[in-house]
Design a binder for this molecule. Structure first.
Ligand code: GTP
Ligand code: MG
Length: 361
């Protein structure tokens, strides 16, 4: 494995250690450089001192973890991408879209549209930048078995005609420019010709290929999947569609069900904290957006405090940079509230959940 060889360049890493690291998912020098000694020794089964030495060597090699100048930070920030919801009012509120390199937490009660939101982003992330996407693929960690390929299909078909034409040209090589225009893809779904319908089905297949879904059966499995997401993002880095979105829907459901009672709270928060950092790490290393969903506390243990507060408390608050509260309104209407975000005023905007996906008022 070539990445093993990379790791072996580090002082203190022989082939056996390199294998251990690789088995534990540390495939690159950079992934070791950003690990903590405790985590590395636990995951890779190396001693604490060794872990510390390896990390120090990796940090020198990878040039991370030291002081950075303001201009370095600016350079890194200039790479931040914006993934649009394609609802202009919402995107404006978000300062252009969901930012890469940080975690955006969406929370709200059941049926508010959190899963719809993540499905839509898994479509939009694949779009060319001029249409609001990142031209990248999505990782979707599904903890409640709510991921629906059929819903992705509707959302793809529900894209604007002009966007559809461009992605058909990009993804389906058989259609040259004029052919695509003759398909009249901006017609309503019901009005489409049979041929256009078939083309869109082919297009949907392409989109589904670029959504990498894993179902998490319990919180431990969920944590493991976030670690695997890192491997997958490494593997796809040089592909045509590297990972641009990591979605976890729901972030908290398993944790909430498994760690019941006050006595388990500290343990739960610790696990969640580690999990969030794993997700954040993929987002920062790969310049990807991370979007996690969270329920609001609506059961009796919310006797303390506001029943519309997201589950998970402070730790989530500190690792997620953007928080979005989704509230039900009349019928398909939803109020999207930006709760706290660095450099952006809090705000409210509106969207509708339609057959074609998330759409403006
Ligand atoms: P929980 O996971 O239960 O906490 O809810 P959630 O916030 O994830 O809600 P979700 O995103 O599943 O939103 C459900 C709502 O989206 C439904 O009440 C519907 O109004 C709407 N919805 C879901 N699927 C469709 C669809 O195929 N067509 C249309 N028009 N609306 C849909
Ligand atoms: Mg849901």
């Amino acid at each position: 494995m070539s990445s093993d060889e990379d790791l072996q360049q580090l002082r203190g890493v022989g082939s056996a250690t390199a294998d251990k690291l690789a088995d534990a998912g540390y495939n690159t020098v950079k992934s070791v450089a950003v690990a903590s000694p405790g985590e590395l020794s636990e995951n890779a089964g190396v001693g604490d001192n060794t872990a510390e030495k390896i990390i120090r060597a990796a940090r020198q090699e990878a040039d991370v973890g030291g002081f950075e100048t303001g201009s370095d930070l600016l350079e890194q920030r200039e790479k931040i991408g914006k993934l649009q919801t394609l609802v202009p009012e919402v995107d404006d509120m978000l300062g252009g879209g969901i930012e890469t390199q940080s975690i955006t937490e969406t929370y709200g009660e059941f049926g508010s549209g959190k899963s719809q939101f993540t499905h839509q982003l898994a479509v939009n992330v694949q779009l060319p930048e001029e249409h609001g996407g990142l031209e990248q693929s999505a990782i979707f960690i599904d903890t409640e078995d709510t991921f629906r390929p059929e819903r992705i299909a509707q959302m793809v078909k529900g894209l604007e005609g002009e966007v559809l034409e461009d992605v058909v040209r990009r993804d389906l090589e058989d259609y040259d420019k004029e052919d695509v225009e003759e398909l009249d893809l901006d017609e309503d779904i019901e009005e489409l010709s049979e041929e256009a319908d078939e083309v869109l089905d082919d297009l949907v297949d392409e989109f589904l290929e670029r959504v990498h879904v894993a179902k998490a059966f319990n919180s431990n499995h969920q944590i493991l999947l976030a670690e695997k997401a890192r491997d997958m993002a490494d593997d796809l880095e040089d592909s045509d569609f590297p990972v641009g979105l990591v979605a976890v829907d729901s972030l908290t459901a398993h944790f909430r069900a498994e760690y019941v009672g006050r006595g388990n709270l500290a343990n739960r928060q610790q696990k969640l904290n580690k999990h969030m950092h794993d997700i954040l790490r993929v987002a920062t290393l790969h310049n990807a957006a991370a979007v996690v969903t969270n329920q609001v506390q609506s059961n009796p243990d919310a006797m303390f405090g506001d029943p519309t507060k997201p589950v998970g408390g402070n730790i989530l608050g500190h690792t997620s940079t953007f928080r979005i509260y989704i509230r039900k309104s009349k019928k398909d209407k939803r109020i999207i509230k930006l709760v706290d975000a660095p450099n952006l005023p809090d705000g409210e905007s509106v969207l509708r959940i339609k057959e074609e996906g998330l759409k403006p008022e």
